[in-house]
Design a protein around this ligand. Structure first.
Ligand code: ZN
Length: 84
């Protein structure tokens, strides 16, 4: 089974930790959400985002693939959202 590559979080620094993969996206999105809430608390200008916000196409916080570039499987975002 492929551990599908499902998207890339937008971040000024391009590094591997921005990649979203099937087996880690839940923990990763919950972690960055927690950081965003902490930053919002210390800075009035920073907006906090829920884990689901990061994979909301309208917010543009990440590039979300329609298909896994490695195995070609279609990515079911509606299903993936349920885990958050
Ligand atoms: Zn795949």
């Amino acid at each position: 089974m492929c551990n599908c590559w499902i998207g890339i979080l937008h971040n000024y620094d391009q590094c591997d930790t921005n990649n979203l993969e099937l087996d880690t996206y839940v923990d990763k999105l919950k972690d960055i959400s927690r950081v965003s809430f902490a930053m919002a608390k210390t800075s009035g200008r920073f907006k906090a985002f829920s884990p689901k916000s990061y994979i909301d196409k309208r917010r543009g916080l990440a590039t979300l693939f329609n298909f896994c570039p490695w195995c070609g499987a279609e990515i079911n975002w509606r299903e993936l959202r349920k885990a958050l």
